[in-house]
Ligand binder design. Structure first.
Ligand SMILES: O=C(O)CNC(=O)[C@H](CS)NC(=O)CCC(=O)C(=O)O
Length: 270
């Protein structure tokens, strides 16, 4: 593994596929011009809107998004995570909320279907029933073992509340965990940063968390603060509450140092 720059992109995605992909391309370009070699896009980066509209356009969103990710990775010669987009599941009428990691040759490296679905009545009055349109993934997330970029693990948004998923990744010696999200503004203000820091600290790994921010559609407000956190829990970059990019260096020497200073993964009893 080498030292390199990673980017967590922050967007305000709307119910308009083409518009979102144009915005994503701008930010990928910006990240690459600053030297990023690993770039993450947030959950729902290519479409964020009403569940029924997402379903109705499911095939188009899935195909166009996958083609877009491969094209961007090849054009900019970087590794890209598409943080979560709907992919229809044959004859179920539902989709998988899918995260896809693509290499600079446009090849698929890893694919993950969100396992924990956000069926929650948030006290701000918004009701979320992700399982009404999304099929839960039944597999633990994959890790892509990269010689250059380290061991990269995937997850999506609400998964961050389930530490056992990240423990599984830690068991496989994960170095960098992606948590692309569309966190609600209401839960995000109290939980987002604290959960991300906990996952980084307890698993002594980097966390790259691309995010949605602002008003996406109707009454949907997302929290923002796309960030990159080091294995000690230090926030290296935070995109604030506007669309943009958080960039930070991922260093194998820092992973080694923190794992020496705080060898908690070696002291597990259960
Ligand atoms: O709202 C939308 O339209 C898009 N949102 C999403 O796709 C997903 C599933 S509904 N949001 C979350 O998982 C939020 C989790 C969260 O906020 C928490 O865990 O507190």
């Amino acid at each position: 593994m080498k030292s390199y720059l990673a980017a967590a992109i922050q967007m305000t995605s709307v119910p308009d596929l083409e518009k979102n992909l144009a915005q994503a391309e701008e930010f990928i370009d910006l990240a690459v011009r600053q030297g990023a070699e690993l770039v993450g896009l947030p959950e729902n980066f290519s479409f964020m809107g009403e569940e029924k509209d997402k379903l109705a356009q499911g095939d188009a969103i899935a195909q166009t998004t996958e083609t877009f990710l491969k094209k961007m990775a090849q054009r900019f010669q970087v590794t890209i995570l598409g943080g979560g987009f709907p992919v229809p599941v044959n004859s179920t009428g539902k989709v998988y909320n899918t995260a896809l990691l693509i290499d600079p040759n446009g090849q698929e490296l890893a694919r993950y279907h969100k396992a924990h679905l956000f069926d929650v009545n948030v006290p701000d009055g918004n009701t979320y029933q992700e399982s009404s349109t999304v099929m839960a993934g039944k597999e633990l997330p994959p890790i892509y073992f990269s010689e250059n970029l380290g061991n990269i693990g995937l997850s999506i948004c609400y998964d961050v509340r389930f530490p056992e998923l990240y423990r599984h990744l830690a068991d496989k010696e994960v170095d960098v965990v992606f948590v692309p999200a569309a966190f609600t503004a209401f839960t995000g203000k109290d939980h987002w940063q604290v959960l991300l820091q906990a996952r980084a600290i307890e698993n002594t790994c980097y966390v790259i968390a691309p995010a949605q921010t602002g008003t996406n559609y109707a009454r949907r407000q997302t929290h923002g603060h796309a960030m990159i956190i080091d294995p000690w829990g230090v926030i290296l970059a935070d995109a604030g509450d506007k669309p943009g990019v958080a960039i930070a260096e991922i260093k194998p020497s820092r992973l080694e140092q923190v794992r020496r200073q705080m060898p908690s993964l070696q002291h597990r009893v259960f």
